[in-house]
Design a protein around this ligand. Structure first.
Ligand SMILES: Cc1cc2nc3c(=O)[nH]c(=O)nc-3n(C[C@H](O)[C@H](O)[C@H](O)COP(=O)(O)OP(=O)(O)OC[C@H]3O[C@@H](n4cnc5c(N)ncnc54)[C@H](O)[C@@H]3O)c2cc1C
Length: 376
C-alpha cells in the first residue's frame, strides 16, 4: 500500500489508529501540536469499557499493558446529597467491566508501542488545501508542508480538519466544569477522603454538583459542575485563581464542608471548562481522502464515553484501511457507516446522562438510574 496516512492529533484516537496500522505493516505519521509527550499533564481517570475501549486496545495488541495500569478500587461509586449524606455506596467488586486507568498512563502505552518518529511533535496544523483526487496539502505553524493521500482529523473538539467535511461548530451546552485537585487527601483532607471513598463520588443537587474521583497516590480529582449561562462564565476572570474560587464557592454555600473542600481547598489553580458539543448525529457526505474520528467527529457531553469512542473509532478506521488497502474511499465509507449511528446514540445518551445528573430530580434520578428504575 503506497498511501501516506497523515493523522492530525496524538490523542487516544489518533494514537490507536497509528498503532493498529503499524501492527498490520501500514505506515502512518501523527502530527501533534504539543511540543512533546510531556508538554501537558494528561490528568484524569478514564473508565475503559468492555464494549469499545477494551475492544480497541485488544485490536492494538495492548491488552496486557492496559491490564497492568488499572487502578484497583477505582470502580467503586458513591452518591451523596449536598449535606454529605451517603445515598448510595457501591464497592468495587470488579464486575462492572469498566476498569479505571489514568489517561496519561494509557497515552504512554500507546506512544511506547509506536516506532520512533511516528509522532511528529510541535506540528500544529494551521491550514490545509484540497489538491484534488483525494490529496491534501497540510501547512503547519512551523512553516513546514506535507502532502497526503489520506488525511485523518483526530484533532479533537476544535478540529482544523473538520471544515473540509462539515460546517458544524461546537456549541456551549449550558454546563461548565471547574476542575480542581486535592493531594495527599488521607492526611491533609481526611473528611473529604472519607466522603469520597475509594472510587467515584457524585454529590448532586438540581443544577449543580461535584464529581470527584480518587486517583492513585492519594489524589482527589474533581469536576465541580454548574449549569450556568455563558454570560456567567464570561464574567469570571479565569486567570484570577482567587476570584474563580470565590465565585464558584459562593454557588456551594451551605453544602457540607467535606464536599466544599473540593471547591475551596484545591491545590492547583481551578480550571474553567465550559462544555461544548457538536450537534447530535453530526455527519457528512463522503469527501475523497479525508475523515474524522473521536471528538473531531462527534464531540459530546463528557459522560464517560468520549475517550472510549475515540479509541474504537481509531481501531475500526485502522481495520477498514487494512481491509481495503487499495480502495481508500471504500475503507472510509465502511468506517463512517458504523461510526455515525454509534456516535449519534452515544451523544444522545450523554445529553440524557448530564440532564439526569444535574436535573430537577438530582440526586435521586441517579439513584433510580443505578437501581434500574430510571425512566427518561
Ligand atoms: C472535563 C472532561 C472530562 C472527561 N472525562 C471523560 C471520561 O471520564 N471518560 C471518557 O471516556 N471521556 C471523557 N472525556 C472525553 C474525552 O476526553 C474525549 O472524548 C477524548 O479525549 C477524545 O479523544 P480524541 O483523541 O478524539 O481527542 P483529544 O484527546 O482531544 O486529542 C486531540 C489531540 O489533537 C491535538 N491537536 C489539536 N489541534 C491540533 C492541530 N491544529 N494540529 C495538531 N494537533 C492538534 C491536541 O493537542 C490533542 O493531543 C472528558 C472530557 C472532558 C472535557
Amino acid at each position: 500500500m503506497s498511501v501516506h496516512v497523515a493523522i492530525i492529533g496524538a490523542g487516544l484516537g489518533g494514537l490507536v489508529l497509528a498503532r493498529v496500522l503499524h501492527v498490520h505493516g501500514i505506515v502512518a505519521t501523527v502530527y501533534e501540536a504539543e511540543p512533546s509527550a510531556m508538554a501537558r499533564t494528561q490528568g484524569g481517570q478514564l473508565d475503559i469499557h468492555e464494549q469499545d475501549g477494551q475492544v480497541a486496545l485488544a485490536a492494538a495488541g495492548l491488552t496486557r499493558e492496559f491490564r497492568a495500569i488499572i487502578h484497583p478500587g477505582g470502580e467503586a461509586t458513591r452518591v451523596l446529597d449536598r449535606n454529605g449524606a451517603v445515598l448510595l455506596d457501591s464497592p468495587d467488586d470488579g464486575t462492572t467491566g469498566r476498569p479505571e486507568v489514568l489517561r496519561g498512563d494509557l497515552r504512554c502505552i500507546l506512544l511506547d508501542s509506536l516506532p520512533g518518529g511516528t509522532v511528529q511533535w510541535g506540528k500544529k496544523l494551521a491550514s490545509l488545501a484540497a489538491l484534488g483526487g483525494g490529496r491534501h496539502e497540510l501547512h503547519f505553524t512551523d512553516g513546514s508542508t506535507v502532502t497526503t493521500s489520506l488525511l485523518v482529523g483526530a484533532d479533537g473538539a476544535w478540529s482544523k480538519v473538520r471544515p473540509l467535511l462539515s460546517s458544524a461548530t461546537p456549541d456551549y451546552i449550558g454546563t461548565t466544569f471547574v476542575e480542581t485537585y486535592l493531594h495527599d487527601v488521607d492526611t491533609r483532607h481526611p473528611a473529604t477522603a472519607v466522603a469520597a471513598g475509594s472510587g467515584a463520588l457524585f454529590a448532586l443537587d438540581p443544577g449543580q454538583g461535584i464529581f470527584a474521583h480518587r486517583e492513585a497516590g492519594g489524589i482527589l480529582h474533581a469536576y465541580v459542575a454548574l449549569n450556568r449561562p455563558v454570560e456567567w462564565i464570561a464574567g469570571i476572570d479565569s486567570n484570577d485563581t482567587v476570584a474563580v474560587r470565590a465565585r464558584v464557592a459562593a454557588e456551594f454555600d451551605g453544602w457540607a464542608p467535606a464536599l466544599t473542600a473540593l471547591v475551596n481547598d484545591g491545590e492547583t489553580a481551578p480550571a474553567l471548562r465550559p462544555l461544548y458539543t457538536l450537534p447530535t448525529g453530526h455527519r457528512w457526505e463522503r469527501v475523497p481522502g479525508v475523515t474524522l474520528l473521536g471528538d473531531a467527529a462527534h464531540l459530546a457531553p463528557p459522560a464517560g464515553e468520549g475517550a472510549n469512542l475515540a479509541l474504537l473509532d481509531g481501531a475500526e478506521l485502522g481495520h477498514a484501511i487494512i481491509a481495503h488497502p487499495d480502495d481508500i474511499e471504500t475503507a472510509l465509507a465502511v468506517y463512517e457507516a458504523a461510526m455515525f449511528p454509534r456516535s449519534a446514540k452515544a451523544a444522545a445518551d450523554g445529553h440524557d446522562m448530564l440532564a439526569l445528573l444535574l436535573g430537577a430530580r438530582a440526586p435521586f434520578a441517579l439513584l433510580d438510574f443505578f437501581s434500574g428504575a430510571f425512566v427518561a
